[in-house]
Design a protein around this ligand. Sequence first.
Ligand SMILES: [Zn+2]
Length: 321
Amino acid sequence: MASRRKSSRKKSSSYWTSRILTLAVLLVAGAVGLVDYLWNGSTGGDKISYATVASGQLEVRILDMGQADSILIRTQEKAALIDAGENDMGQQVLRELDQLGITSLDLVIGTHPHSDHIGGLDTVLEEIPVEKLVMPQLPDDLVPTTATYLDVLWAAQAQNLEIDAAQPGVSYELGSGAVLTLLGPVGKYDDLNAISVVSRLDFGTCSFLFTGDATTLSEENLLKSGANLDVDILDVGHHGSNTSSSPAFLAAISPIASSISCGANNSYGHPHAEVVERLSEYGPIFRTDLLGTILFTSDGSSLMASSQRGETVVLKGEALS
Ligand SMILES: [Zn+2]
């Protein structure tokens, strides 16, 4: 009897110990969650990896720049940037590069000279050595006289960097077998959105299409040009506006998923409902206004998406570590 009482006392004390431990763990988890909420503005935290990209893998980051664009592509060997957000976002792009340990860029593309695409580019060019800078060739009557555009020209000049005119068909090696090929602009335009640089990225059997703010007219000309538009991931044109993403263009691409860069509650109503409806027929849509920065990872045959505020989704093949 005595020994049974003893054992029951023992049991009871270990019961309370485990209760206290559980409570402590919950309190710590709650405190971490609160700090996370205050820091990131949401629960769930930053689920995006900033670790070194794995050997033989490719990463495409659709950076959350609000109502602006910036896309970072990297392999173990090289890094490329497409656009750099608004005028006041250059430092934000630099912080992303710094967090990833990127100290130079092999390729930078300014899709077109609007501030929500090249606004932060001067700041990036002032701080980071760039191997190649590509922008669309503009007809004389479209050359902007804005400080945004002139700042980029001066920053490039200060780096002794010539700006290459985007030539459809030209390819850039981005390491580990990844190749970025320019598809557009093709045709003549009288507005800057339409003249956006359009490019596709191929990595093994996985592929992406980046269209800047290309319009339905640009899309029509791309289709006529016979360019290979069939990719896995479409980075949707013009922040999901209905002036882009025509049904014929989407049919030629037939993406398995798409990404949209847009600001939460933006005044343009981007992405437009009809575009979202059209895209949803092709697969999941990853939006920066809802999910924060989106990260696509590929090993050349598998493809998955993760984001700051969402779950990881395997889009093709198997989950990658
Ligand atoms: Zn834009």
